[in-house]
Design a binder for this molecule. Structure first.
Ligand code: NZQ
Ligand code: ZN
Length: 386
């Protein structure tokens, strides 16, 4: 196992009817900016629950943060923060609203030139404006990590940011919010969380047995609850497991002491930036080709995953590893998620070259757990995913 340090300061408040508990978490003298997305919270009652809980708090609102949170919209919110002298942020939404809020938390205290530089120059935020979250969509793990991904339509970019100052102070996780999530977003959430685990697991054996088993148990739980959650998103037992699995998949715990890959996400983000494909679906497009292309380097973990998660008992290491990739593709298909770029766009030709050029320009010359995936290899992987 590699050496590691682990600190995750986010307080999790989990369970039925827990939204009311935000009133215990936000300082009474705070001036709060309540941030939300396209309005789902007004239809499903979450907005009313938040407003009732915070009836004694001074609140300003900013709605309209789109999926794949857009820089120009967030700059409007930043103006509100400055004009209204906001002291505390509250994100009520999925990964997009929470990530947008993290950007604002950093930008509010940033004294550099343009806040875009936080993303462009990958500036780690040591201190941000404090914020809490009410999670409405299990998927990204953003509710308990310090990362965010921001999109800029103007330049077709989607860049990541983060830093120790960007953990939520608290996050409310009430699985009852899942009842109103459309099937497409449920499938996305399962696929995203599943791939988060794969990114931290599908590398090479490092002797971290506990992390491996944490990872495998999250994958097994997601496989078990996926059909139940899709069939009945009011099934509390299944949705509670789903929600906590998504959080555990990306709150730092399973990444500690082990190598991480994250190439699937790096490439996937480009597909969202170029074509607007849902984040999770880009991962399902890239992951199978990535694992096939890097088969030799990853086959031991692929076979272990095949044995322990998919109960594959027959064949050699190579056979098990290959079948494990097929099982993963079948799992995505079972959720209604397509796994080829051409399923999403007719304009896929030239995408591989475009992405490899962007990575070269950014100096991303070696992705993956061995830092060995050069832009020309990325190009091959994307072509395999057409
Ligand atoms: O905008 P509203 O109207 O709220 O509707 C949203 C949105 O259209 C809807 N929704 C959310 N909760 C709902 C609901 N509809 C009904 N009932 C509810 N309870 O779902 C749609 C998608 O929401 P979004 O927040 O975009 O989805 P998700 O949570 O999948 O977030 C995706 C974003 O997170 C980034 C992605 O790149 C993408 O930009 N990621 C963030 C990560 C992180 N911070 O750690 C890691 C991930 O890998 C990912 O990159
Ligand atoms: Zn993801």
């Amino acid at each position: 196992m590699n050496n590691f340090e682990f600190k995750n300061p986010t307080k999790i408040i989990f369970g039925k009817d827990s939204i009311d508990k935000i009133k215990n978490e936000i300082p009474e003298d705070a001036k709060v900016l309540l941030l939300y997305g396209g309005g789902s919270i007004k239809k499903n009652g979450i907005y009313d629950q938040v407003k009732t809980a915070l009836s004694k708090v001074n609140i300003v609102e900013f709605g309209g943060i789109p999926a794949n949170p857009e820089y120009s919209v967030l700059m409007d919110a930043l103006k509100v923060i400055k004009d209204e002298k906001i002291t505390y942020l509250l994100a009520v939404g999925g990964g997009s609203v929470i990530d947008g809020t993290k950007f604002l938390s950093a930008a509010a205290l940033y004294d550099g030139d343009t806040p875009w530089n936080i993303l462009k120059n990958n500036i780690a935020t040591k201190e941000g404006m404090p914020f809490g979250t009410v999670l409405t969509l299990p998927a990204t793990g953003s509710e308990m990590n310090s990362g965010a991904v921001i999109t800029r339509k103007e330049t077709q970019e989607k860049l990541a940011m983060g830093g120790p100052g960007l953990f939520p102070v608290f996050s409310i996780l009430d699985p009852q919010v899942i009842a109103s999530i459309p099937e497409r977003q449920l499938a996305n959430g399962i696929t995203d969380a599943f791939t988060h685990v794969l990114e931290q697991y599908m590398t090479y054996p490092i002797g971290a047995s506990l992390q491996d088993r944490f990872a495998e148990s999250i994958l097994q739980t997601l496989i078990e609850v996926a059909p139940k959650v899709i069939k009945d998103p009011t099934d509390y037992k299944a949705t509670a497991d789903f929600m906590w699995s998504c959080t555990m998949a990306l709150n730092g715990l399973i990444q500690k002491g082990v190598p991480g890959d994250w190439a699937v996400h790096a490439i996937g983000h480009e597909l969202t930036a170029l074509f607007g494909i849902d984040h999770a679906r880009t991962l399902a497009v890239i992951a199978p080709s990535h694992y096939k292309y890097n088969f030799e380097a990853k086959k031991e973990k692929l076979a272990q995953y095949g044995e322990r998660v998919w109960n594959i008992t027959e064949g050699s290491t190579d056979d098990k590893a290959y079948t494990a990739i097929e099982k993963t593709v079948d799992f995505f298909h079972g959720l209604g998620i397509d796994t080829k770029l051409s399923d999403y766009t007719k304009d896929y030709k030239g995408t591989a070259e475009k992405i490899s050029k962007r990575f070269t320009e950014r100096g991303w010359l070696g992705l993956g757990e061995h830092q060995s995936l050069s832009p020309d290899k990325v190009e091959e992987i994307v072509k395999m995913a057409y």
